[in-house]
Design a protein around this ligand. Sequence first.
Ligand code: Z5A
Length: 212
Amino acid sequence: MPGCFITLEGIEGVGKSTNLAAMAEQLRRANLSVVVTREPGGTPLAEELRRVVLHAGEPLSETAELLLMFAARSIHVEQLIRPALARGDWVLCDRFTDATRAYQGGGRGQAAARIETLAEWVHDDVQPDLTVLLDAPVEVALARTRGRGSEDRFERETHAFFERVRASYLAQARREPGRFVVVDATASLEEVQKQLAIHVEKLILNHMNKSP
Ligand code: Z5A
């Protein structure tokens, strides 16, 4: 039976990396085989593209940024995500195409139709079973990452940019309530992890009920 694909989304600082680790631990305790990965990146070559897109040493057009995100995604899906799901693994991914919809679509203003064409081309057969949107006001999320040192191209963006990204994420969650769960990331870490554990448990049970 194919595995399960869970993605974590949200603006910078909402706690994706922190909570991904706790979710992976929960799945392992349930004796499931887990692959933890991230975007952009996830394979050596896709990580090279991540470095380019986050730390380009020269101006990068919005079109080039969008195409680099999907180039990295194409490598990641082909080399890691699709084979892992085919083996029956549970794949936990820190960001996926919803991030492109939010950052390149909502944030930069790239046309939704263009993004959907690329998404269909690159991973029509690979879609998340569950997407957790960790949501917090921009000032709360950004305050958590302040003082971490050198900033990438996105971290240098304006408050207004992150407001557009957050609004796009929330609109996506409203459009696809069957796939998204929105978790209040301003709650304590303990409370956030309690909420996430409930959603993961539900998914495990649903998946087990589907098995032949
Ligand atoms: N990007 C894009 O534009 N298009 C795309 O298609 C994709 C990505 C895939 C890199 O992403 C950039 O790529 C990203 C969007 C763009 N840039 N931005 N912004 P990334 O995911 O690698 O980078 P990030 O979002 O900047 O990650 P982050 O800053 O590490 O955020 P996080 O993983 O969500 O947060 P965290 O590291 O788990 O937590 C931050 C701190 O908050 C940490 O000290 C925690 O202990 C603390 N924390 C976490 N939760 C709580 C709660 N509940 N209470 C209190 N404190 C907490």
